[in-house]
Ligand binder design. Sequence first.
Ligand code: PNW
Length: 480
Amino acid sequence: MPEPVTFPPAFLWGAATSAYQIEGAVREDGRTPSIWDTFSHTPGKTAGGDTGDVAVDHYHRYRDDVALMAELGLTAYRFSVSWSRVQPTGRGPAVQRGLDFYRKLVDELLSHGIKPAITLYHWDLPQELEDAGGWPERETAYRFAEYAQIVGEALGDRVEQWITLNEPWCSAFLGYGSGVHAPGRTDPAAALRAAHHLNLAHGLGTQALRAVTPARNSVAVSLNSSVVRTLTQDPADLDAALRIDNLANGVFHGPMLKGAYPERLFADTASVTDWSYVRDGDLETIHQPLDALGLNYYTPSLVSAAASAPDGPRADGHGASAHSPWPAADDVAFHQTPGDRTEMGWTIDPTGLHELIMRYSRMVPGLALYVTENGAAYDDKPGPDGRVHDPERIAYLHGHLSAVRQAIADGADVRGYYLWSLMDNFEWAYGYEKRFGAVYVDYATQKRTPKSSAHWYGQAARTGTLPEVDAVGTVDAVGT
Ligand code: PNW
């Protein structure tokens, strides 16, 4: 019998979602289009032309969804606020009905003993702000701070955990570089400008939250920090890895956690941008003291130097695009890491999560860490008995939660884990094709069915100990 994997009593067992991926109701109560509405309605941008128009109708079903979380035994829930529901033009006064939805959701969570964590920005910029230039423009960062203030004033009394941005790397480099995400621009200079203004938005947004919400609240950011590995220890490969690490991680954690961009970044990207938009004082603004750091992890990256970039889509898991998300790094090749993969084609490697946690634990001693996203897509289908068995997802969760437990044993202050995702939803450019949920959604009827993994995870949450992986059948029976 292996040792049981047991977590500290206060450890948060959460699930995560984001507004555009689950809410639907895109034209209700004053909401206006975000860049994801525009993008998903542009032919050819998402698989099957899927959009978030209806998604999983969470806007109307939030009460049932919260009840389901409580039934499963979750103790925390991370969701995002739709900016254009709250501030339709991205500027000016708030729409009360938009704020009311989130207040009702929060109250529902609290009444079930579930701790809410709010992500202010999970990629859905109001279209009007994109029309005015979007993240490459400095103005967008000031608009974000105003929006943060509005949401902070409305919900700061009842929500303790705040996350400014989700994965700014995706916003900047998939949105403005490779163009596989909204707004679909393919301009490396714009992507780097966007990165700086997202950093600035984080700093200004953190200041705004501090000013209007109680001091007990926690402010964090969620980074999809990459674990960058090299094919060999050859100096050219190590150099490639360092450059990708700077473009994936350092460009955000440098300013946010250390108050400086990585030393080489300016020289390495000089062919693309002169960084003249970084103004005096910006780095101080970005470098706000934080209470916690959120880490989103799915799979490691494997790179090497390449005499020339491979043609066509790269095997870096970032979607098919003729444009690289990595500015000024065409001489770096991405490789498929060995091992089993999920439906996304992402290699399963829990050691990467351990490595990532330990890296940030050492980088900022004393900073509380949360895994704000981790999970896997599989081709789930209900069986003849109506149940959805997903042993692969249970194995994935068991492996990654064990890695988190190991990091805690190794001294990292990890306070919680949010499974991505609570339920199947709109997986961005992949539409509804990829199912990340612990809860299965029948899109024709919107019926929710917890998969075996939801029952497994719920038992972990209720007992603080990971159920044996081969006890799946039993756990499934418990939950039905
Ligand atoms: C994250 N990549 O997205 C997001 O935060 C979620 O909204 C999303 O559903 C989830 O992970 C699964 O994809 C990512 O290409 C999308 O490196 C793409 C990448 C990373 C994260």
